[in-house]
Ligand binder design. Structure first.
Ligand code: SF4
Ligand code: SF4
Length: 484
């Protein structure tokens, strides 16, 4: 029996009807009759229990029995008005920091030999510009030791090298690797580096290969795409030819290391993505190498006009995403393999397939999704030894700094970031997709503060993308997707 308004969001995909149950995070296929009944209920501004009961009584027996079964299994509950937002791991965060770190990324330099136009340090963004600051050996060693001391419970650990361009500090990296291999002896230790590849030499390729590095190379696409944005500092010369020469060099002297390389391609929103996608799929030197695309960061751009997007960009990129989806469900696309847009499948998997469906009805605490445990899965240490949740957040902002390697974690600040949703609690509690929300502290930072207005400025896009993801997930599952 239903005599209240359940907390749900209704979804229609190709004439099939579904409900997203907000309390449990579950998605349920429902009949047209239940859909129409629920749609009518939630569309009313005010309705009494008696009126709902009357409408329920008018339903078919089959429909009533389906609704009762859903209620019996914990779905279709009403909204819990007493919920307080508090991340469930808040009290354990300090304990996690003592021994559970998994990955540390060292910003060995803020300097770079390129001036990529969309780089957060390029001068196109507020707050950050290229600096010549380098990490001292003392800071780097202290960070590695700090990581060792705080990862005793982790079976495998990873140290990443990041910049600027990390290969500008190749000598420091070698020393860090030797020190880490010494102190982490007996534990599974791996390394990674994100580099523009232009400074690779025979010696550094050999070093990276022999120490089992995973190397992520920044490559956006064919010459016209790469050379448009990724240019050398001081000369405006494009980097495509140099990156290709370096890849040829790896292939020649350490062919096995090609398997440890992947590409990170920034998709600027004004390019012909079909051309870029085709390049990664069919150009000989790169087609065997995995690529992960990500859209250019328009957050914090100085000139808002820079994010104007031509309509054909959406048409082209939607077509590329369509092909990725089609390929994940069928064998229709012969020879289709790695694609710039595979990240859509990966993020759909993380957000939808990996989500928890649970009933925390009896708990008064809950919180929106989107925020990681700051620093646990990935900890970013900048040139000065200051710690941040990851390399993607603005390291110029003090509010996002969760401590430093000399004094350790600032638990109060870390808890504050973990519970960033507190700043918009009132709005988020009314939001049907709060459990699937993708917004973390990085999207709330504004001029050194966690800013409610800034966070809420992303809501429309976030809700739209969540609704699309739910629909895509349903469709892919229905048509036998192998990866979601
Ligand atoms: S982007 Fe946000 S959620 Fe992701 S790792 Fe960084 S701080 Fe955590
Ligand atoms: S989309 Fe906006 S209102 Fe909804 S949970 Fe996320 S931040 Fe809150």
């Amino acid at each position: 029996m239903l005599d209240y308004v359940p907390y749900i969001h209704l979804i229609e995909v190709y004439n099939e009807k579904y409900l997203y149950d907000v309390n449990t995070n579950g998605i349920i296929h429902i009949s047209d009759e239940i859909y129409d009944f629920l749609k009518n209920l939630i569309s009313k501004i005010s309705i009494t229990g008696e009126q709902i009961e009357k409408e329920y009584d008018g339903l078919s027996e089959e429909c009533k029995s389906d609704i009762d079964l859903l209620i019996k299994n914990g779905f279709l509950c009403d909204k819990n008005e007493n919920i307080i937002f508090r991340h469930p791991e808040t009290d354990r965060l300090e304990e996690f920091y003592k021994t559970n770190l998994n990955m540390m990324t060292l910003q060995v330099t803020q300097n770079c030999n390129l001036r990529c136009k969309y780089c957060v340090y390029s001068g196109s963004y507020v707050n950050r510009t290229h600096m010549n600051k380098r990490m001292s050996a003392e800071t780097a060693f202290a960070a590695v030791k700090f990581f060792y001391d705080h990862s005793l419970n982790s079976d495998s650990v990873t140290i990443g090298f990041y910049g600027g361009e990390p290969l500008l500090e190749y000598e420091l990296i070698k020393k860090c690797v030797a020190y880490a291999e010494e102190i982490f002896a007996g534990k599974k230790l791996s390394f990674n580096m994100t580099s523009n590849a232009t400074l690779l030499t025979e010696d550094s390729i050999k070093f990276l290969a022999e120490h089992d590095f995973n190397l992520t190379i920044s490559l956006d696409g064919p010459a016209n795409i790469q050379n448009k944005n990724r240019i050398f500092a001081g000369s405006n010369r494009g980097t495509y030819e140099t990156v290709m020469e370096k890849l040829e060099l790896v292939k020649k002297i350490y062919p096995a290391f090609m398997k440890k390389i992947s590409f990170n391609a920034v998709i600027d929103l004004k390019q012909d993505v079909s051309c870029t996608s085709e390049f990664f799929m069919s150009y000989d030197l790169v087609k065997e190498i995995g690529v992960s695309g990500n859209y250019v960061d328009v957050n914090n751009l100085k000139e808002p006009g820079q994010d104007d997007v031509p309509p054909e960009f959406y048409a082209n990129s939607n077509y590329e995403v369509f092909k990725v989806y089609l390929n994940s469900c069928t064998n229709l696309l012969k020879g289709y393999n790695a694609s710039l847009y595979n990240f859509h499948i990966a993020s759909l998997h993380n957000q939808m397939a990996e989500r928890n469906v649970y009933n925390r009805r009896n708990s008064c605490y809950d919180c929106p999704g989107g925020q990681c445990l700051p620093g646990i899965q990935r900890l970013f240490v900048n040139v000065d030894g200051r710690m941040f949740p990851c390399e993607r957040v603005n390291e110029a902002s003090d509010i996002l700094c969760i401590g430093n390697i000399q004094d350790g974690f600032d638990i109060k600040k870390a808890k504050n970031l973990l519970n960033v949703a507190k700043i918009s609690e009132e709005e988020c509690k009314k939001c049907w997709c709060y459990k699937l929300c993708e917004l973390c502290c990085g999207k709330a930072e504004n001029n050194g503060e966690l800013d409610k207005g800034k966070r809420l400025s992303f809501c429309k896009t976030s809700r739209y993308s969540i609704e699309e993801n739910i629909k895509n997930y349903i469709t892919l599952k229905k048509y036998g997707c192998r990866t979601v």
